[in-house]
Design a protein around this ligand. Structure first.
Ligand SMILES: [Zn+2]
Length: 493
């Protein structure tokens, strides 16, 4: 299979550009070398620690954008079990091989949900088209579609007060919007996790009262009539009813009609299929530690994506940061004290099977996992990291990181029990977690929509995010001590 025209040309990197004793690269005298370095990072060459060198190398030579471009443009959507997902496994593994980094595929069985036709129209209002998309995992409507009266609810309390009488036989419409004030205040992920509740559990809750289908307002911070997909969960006790998200514009249209006291009837057709599970893989690559090879720093992000866009920001960019970190460390010829293990997790979006399989497969090794670092929060300007460490312990542990991270800069450290979905099984087992934070006020404009495409990524921002990620990886793996292990405090966000 031809995986596209570009390949990573590592010719230049594979030569040691400079030795740890600070020799200039070939063809450059010491003065030229110093000038080159001053140009890159603006600091004297003699101050270059290994972490500084990794930052400088990444800022100058990162391939993260090209990796993101290949995954999103050449391979495209990578929903678990799809051809795109399998091509992504093959291609990323082949890149590690090409860079001389040992790599293996660890088997994961993944769900295979395939989107079908998806159509909505308002039969009460001149058959106006409603732009919508099936939620991941949704069951199909009858082949001819279904018709129902739309009933709006904002909360589960509304469902309860309408009761079976008000809900049975109808299409429940969850109209709550994402809290944009929270997004603007820099808490986009918090706003998302609140709004996404209805997408996740809304169908199950409405089925309890006899609803025939559910539509939810797309979760997102902006829209050009772009529907937002994502997984739903059926609890198992209620009948499974079909569910779709309608765009913000269509949600507001329906709300206006209902607010005028009009009866809104809708036709809904969804034909997704759930096929048998298929075999896929986590891609696992390693740079072995020099002094403590049995101690492991796991870094990674998810390789699968939703099917509407090409998964550029979610999460080709996180995969690219992880891969480019490994490439950069290998290229600089440095060897960390501890082993760095890159894991490109399969199936974060609709099952988390890769993360669970990794934690299960490596259960005996988890006590030797000293940190887990994840990138799944966009490709924009890096700000810092969330971490499961807290208080004085956190401040003392991260203090040595700050001078290096200051060069990106990405020095904010925020305590959270959540460092990312794929690292959550490790964090739950006590491994200190870290997750890259980027400037995320635009992230949810595109996330899980057809608009998650490469053009949303700024090369320079992605390069700096990669430099922060690579620096953090190196420092976690090479510092003399390790962070204290969990348990993680729950109940804070
Ligand atoms: Zn993601």
């Amino acid at each position: 299979m031809d995986l596209g025209p570009w390949t990573l040309d590592l010719g230049k990197d594979e030569r040691p550009d400079w030795s740890p004793n600070v020799q200039g690269p070939r063809g450059l005298g010491a003065k030229g070398f110093l000038t080159a370095f001053l140009f890159v990072v603006g600091v004297p060459v003699l101050a270059q620690s290994p972490a500084d060198r990794i930052v400088a190398h990444t800022l100058a030579e990162s391939r993260a954008y090209d990796i993101t471009a290949h995954l999103s443009d050449e391979i495209g959507p990578r929903l678990s079990g799809s051809r795109g997902a399998e091509l992504a496994v093959k291609w990323t593994a082949s890149k590690f091989e090409e860079w001389g980094i040992p790599v293996r595929r660890e088997k994961v069985m993944v769900p295979r949900w395939v989107r079908g036709a998806e159509r909505g129209r308002l039969i009460s209002h001149n058959d106006q088209k409603i732009v919508l998309t099936a939620l991941g995992g949704s069951v199909a409507t009858p082949a001819e579609g279904l018709n129902g009266t739309v009933v709006e609810v904002r909360t589960y309390d509304d469902l309860a007060s309408l009761g079976r009488k008000g809900i049975a036989g109808r299409i429940v419409f969850y109209s709550a919007a994402m809290d944009l004030d929270l997004v603007r205040a820099g808490h986009a992920f918090e706003a998302y996790s609140k709004a996404v509740e209805f997408r996740g559990s809304g169908a199950d809750r409405a089925a309890e009262y006899g609803a025939v289908a559910v539509i939810t307002r797309s979760v997102g911070s902006d829209s050009l009539r772009t529907p937002h997909t994502g997984s739903l969960r059926y609890g198992g006790k209620q009948p499974k009813i079909p569910a779709a998200s309608v765009t913000a514009e269509d949600a507001m249209l329906i709300q206006r009609l209902l607010a005028r006291g009009e009866r809104v009837r809708m036709h809904l057709l969804l034909t997704p299929k759930t096929l048998p599970d298929v075999e896929s893989a986590n891609v696992v690559a390693e740079i072995r530690g020099s002094e403590k090879p049995d101690e492991i720093v796991v870094i990674g992000g998810h390789l699968d994506s939703w099917d509407l866009g090409t998964g550029a920001i979610d999460n080709a960019s996180g995969v690219a940061m992880t891969m480019d970190t490994m490439r950069a460390i290998k290229a600089t010829g440095l060897q960390p004290r501890r082993t760095i293990r890159a894991v490109l997790f399969m199936n974060e979006e609709n099952g988390l099977r890769g993360a669970r399989a990794y934690a299960k497969e490596h259960a005996a090794e988890i006590p030797k996992h000293v940190a887990a670092l994840e990138s799944d929060a966009g490709a924009a300007t890096p700000l810092g990291f969330r971490t499961t460490l807290d208080g004085a312990v956190r401040d003392a542990f991260v203090a040595p990181f700050l001078p290096v991270l200051g060069r990106v800069p990405a020095t904010a450290f925020e305590t959270s029990e959540y460092s990312g979905a794929d690292t959550s099984p490790l964090v739950d087992a006590g491994v200190p977690g870290f997750g890259l934070i980027t400037e995320a006020t635009r992230y949810f404009h595109y996330h899980h929509t057809p608009a998650d495409t490469l053009d949303k990524i700024d090369r320079d921002e992605l390069t700096r995010a990669t430099a922060a990620f690579a620096a953090m990886t190196w420092m976690l793996a090479d510092r003399p001590d390790t962070a204290p292990r969990g348990p993680v405090k729950r109940g804070r966000k």
